[in-house]
Design a protein around this ligand. Structure first.
Ligand SMILES: C[S@@+](CC[C@H](N)C(=O)[O-])C[C@H]1O[C@@H](n2cnc3c(N)ncnc32)[C@H](O)[C@@H]1O
Length: 460
């Protein structure tokens, strides 16, 4: 029996130690390792030496298997054809300088990939014919004739898998073609994650990139609205967090809540279901940046390869709703009212006009609401409450929008409503106010009471 592998005590046809380096094996500590066509077990011995947890070698040759067992008694060796493989899955499977012996080479690669653990790798070392066409080429060797693939043919065979060319392997005397090393693994479906905030162009990118490629684009907004309409069966927790204050105009806030409250993974599950599991998909859904890792993890756990896509927004960003609200109000209040000037004089507001239209008393808290305009059409800066001759200055005079008053007075300013909250512990009930209650300006002008307020105070 010829000597193929080289050991310190036996020089074979193959430069085995150099081949070992060319294989670019991963760290094998704790992994399971299978060598198909293992010969005398050189690579199995290396795997055991590196701390692999289980090491198995198979070869159809009784002679090579006997020698392998003698050299590496800690490894499992079986004399068997690769048409039947040992039980179990393996983290690393090696097929070196042997594929050309298979009757159906593509089928053998497929069967070996099937035996990989989910993230396992098939290390394939083989001769590749240097030719452009996609072909199996019959190669005349010194000992026999065998078929070897061109790179184009190999690319076709490996299309269902994820693979990478790792570099050249060692040559052997009399080699008619060059040898190469490839690492092949199961291809995980890819989840392209477009999680940027609203206004970043997620939908435009999806339409331009994924729709033409036939990759389903799952809209998070749509999933949420289906849950809100009760069209998806989900956990009580997800249902509640989505429906609390749900509005199609504030989906970013809903998404923030969903992820803050730990319901994000369930939402991702809905999106995967929508796409049909085990398919590439693109997810178009705003996710706050602090929860991106949660989304990636949820997809990884469902055996996807998450690809997070990040890009900058083009153009100035809109300010938050709260900032917009504050700025608009500040602008409105600061706005000069030229139209009022034309209305002053005889037909305009020559003095304070206003009404008190609500008075409430609860546990010593007096709440007064109404509206007032001064000669400039503005809410007076100060109002006082007078009860039975005693004056209580309204320290916090809150301006309110009163479009009804604005319309009625044909004024440019809607912020003429007011709300006064006073703490007067001595007031125990309406009887303490009844008969003598006024809201007055600093110059002593009184606001009128609406009939309802007047009646209420007179009655109590
Ligand atoms: C060229 S040697 C390569 C040995 C080893 N993989 C290496 O690279 O050093 C090919 C090996 O494949 C084994 N072999 C060939 N056909 C086989 C089959 N159908 N099933 C299992 N082993 C086979 C041979 O017995 C031989 O040991």
């Amino acid at each position: 029996m010829a000597q193929y592998q080289s050991f310190p005590d036996a020089d074979g046809d193959s430069r085995t130690l150099d081949k070992l380096k060319a294989l670019k094996l991963p760290d094998l500590a704790g992994l399971t390792f299978l060598d198909v066509g293992c010969n005398e077990g050189f690579f199995c011995g290396f795997a055991k030496f590196q701390g692999a947890q289980r090491v198995v070698g198979i070869d159809q040759s009784r002679g090579f298997i006997d020698r392998a067992r003698r050299r590496f008694p800690d490894c499992e060796f079986y004399q068997q054809n690769w048409d039947s493989l040992p039980e179990g899955q393996f983290d690393v499977i090696l097929l070196a300088s042997a594929l050309h012996y298979a009757d159906d080479q593509a089928a053998l690669v497929g069967r070996l990939v099937e035996r990989l653990s989910p993230d396992g790798v098939l290390v394939l070392e083989l001769g590749i014919v240097s030719k452009k066409e996609s072909e199996w080429v019959k190669v005349e060797r010194g000992i026999d004739q065998r078929y070897f693939p061109t790179m184009a043919k190999l690319t076709e065979v490996l299309a269902p898998f994820a693979w990478k060319w790792m570099g050249p392997s060692v040559s052997q005397s009399g080699d008619p073609i060059a040898r190469h090393v490839l690492h092949i693994s199961r291809r995980r479906p890819i989840a392209y994650l477009l999680l940027q905030p609203p206004g970043y162009g997620k939908s435009s990118i999806s339409t331009r990139l994924f729709v033409p490629a036939g990759v389903p684009v799952i809209s998070g907004d749509q999933q949420i609205s289906l849950v809100a309409q009760g069209k998806k069966s989900v956990s009580q927790a997800l249902h509640e967090v989505i429906n609390r204050d749900y509005s199609p105009f504030h989906l970013d806030q809903t998404l923030q809540r969903v992820f803050d409250q730990g319901a994000g993974s369930e939402l991702i599950g809905l999106c995967i279901e929508e796409a049909g599991s085990a398919r590439d998909l693109a997810l178009d859904m705003y996710v706050p940046v602090e929860h991106h890792a949660t989304v990636e993890k949820a997809f990884s756990e469902k055996a996807y390869l998450p690809v997070l896509m990040l890009w900058d927004r083009v153009g100035p960003s809109p300010t938050s709703e709260q900032v917009q609200e504050e700025r608009a109000r500040a602008y409105y209040l600061a706005m000069p009212a030229p139209s009022m000037a034309t209305r002053t004089g005889k037909s305009g507001f020559s003095g304070i006009v206003g009404f008190v239209d609500d008075v409430r008393l609860k546990g010593g808290n007096l709440l007064v609401r109404g509206w007032a305009v001064d000669e400039n059409g503005q809410l007076p800066a100060q109002l006082n409450v007078r009860i039975r001759g005693q004056v209580f200055p309204a320290e916090s005079l809150q301006a309110l929008e009163r479009p009804d008053v604005q319309h009625h007075l044909k004024s440019a300013n809607a912020h003429v409503g007011f709300r006064i909250l006073l703490k007067i512990p001595a007031l125990t009930g309406y009887q303490d106010i009844a008969g003598d209650f006024e809201v007055v300006t600093t110059t002593g002008k009184k606001l009128r009471l609406t009939r309802k307020v007047a009646e209420t105070l007179a009655m109590k």
